[in-house]
Design a protein. Structure first.
Length: 320
């Protein structure tokens, strides 16, 4: 589905199609064509009407491209990722949006799930200010909104990390699966944020003639947000690694405590086993004072005395 908005003579209106004359830099108009879930006919418009390079059109066909920015004659081709975090879910996904930025036009290609573009499209024909600053201003509005949408996802990740840090000292073995799942999400976030930071940084440094000084300042502000989110994702990775190490250490310490108790019990029962084995043999052995009726109590008392003595010795040495 294609939506075309044109700003001319101080008014913004939705039209059926793009007139080739509007693409001339001297036309004095601003055109925004939003392509949702493009078909072959839609890609043909990009090639035949806008005369985009076949390589950039081929990249726009791809369902997944990492963030990048590439200059072509007469326009810039950008791929940026918006975040998709649904309420009630702990997992998130990123969706790439393709931008074709020219002097008088901006073409966006996406799968229809972009909240940033959806909000602007709803108000575009009712508010002239959306397109009044030209295609670069419109690009800034979209990118700024996309980056702002990362904040709830970053906060959600921080909450998950905080909860896992509290559970790390419990030594629960099922935590490992949760931690590894979180590490996978963070790795995906870093793979997106690092190149996205570099791409927006190029816009902020005004490496391209389409970006004015004023717009470069605005993109610099967006770049600061992306850079901060990137740094936070790196710190999150370190915190998650620490959680995993603490959990594994706690499990190991718990196992060591169990082994310590079992070792103490085995050590205490070793002389008792020798004693009962000797007095259980069918050979004449020295008898304790008293008659046969008290021999059992002598042996039982000796065993208790040995056990108490060994426990006292272990506690004195700090083994218990």
């Amino acid at each position: 589905m294609i939506s075309v908005y044109v700003h001319r003579s101080g008014r913004t209106e939705c039209v059926e199609q793009v007139e080739p004359a509007w693409l001339d830099p001297s036309a004095g108009v601003t055109v925004w064509m939003d392509v949702v879930t493009p078909t072959e006919d839609d890609f043909r418009i990009l090639s035949d009407v806008f005369r985009f390079h076949p390589l950039s059109v081929e990249d726009a066909r791809s369902a997944l491209q990492y963030p990048k920015i590439e200059p072509y004659p007469g326009y810039l081709y950008l791929v940026l990722h918006g975040i998709d975090l649904k309420r009630g879910q702990t997992q998130f996904a990123t969706r790439d949006i393709d931008f074709f930025l020219g002097r008088t036009f901006l073409v966006t290609v996406h799968d229809g799930e972009s909240r940033s573009i959806g909000r602007l499209r709803e108000v575009c024909d009712r508010h002239e200010r959306v397109l009044i600053e030209g295609p670069v201003g419109l690009l800034h509005r979209i990118v700024d909104s996309m980056v702002d949408n990362y904040r709830p996802a970053i906060e959600e990740l921080e909450d998950r990390i905080g909860k896992l840090e509290e559970l790390a000292f419990t030594g629960e073995q099922h935590m490992v699966r949760q931690v590894l799942k979180l590490k996978r999400d963070l790795s995906h976030l870093r793979r997106v944020l690092l190149p996205q930071r570099d791409a927006i940084g190029r816009l902020a440094r005004r490496e391209f003639g389409e970006i004015s000084d004023e717009m470069a300042y605005r993109f610099r502000d967006v770049y600061d947000h992306v850079a901060r989110y990137t740094e936070e994702s790196i710190l999150f990775q370190d915190r998650v690694t620490g959680i995993l190490e603490v959990n594994l250490s706690t499990v190991s310490n718990r196992l060591n405590m169990v082994m310590k108790v079992l070792t103490v019990m085995s050590t205490i029962f070793l002389p008792l086993t020798v004693l009962t084995g000797m007095w259980g043999m069918n050979v004449p052995l020295p008898a304790f004072p008293g008659g046969e009726d008290v021999q059992f109590w002598w042996v039982a008392g000796t065993m208790v005395a040995i056990s108490v003595t060994m426990l006292a010795l272990f506690r004195r040495r700090g083994w218990l």
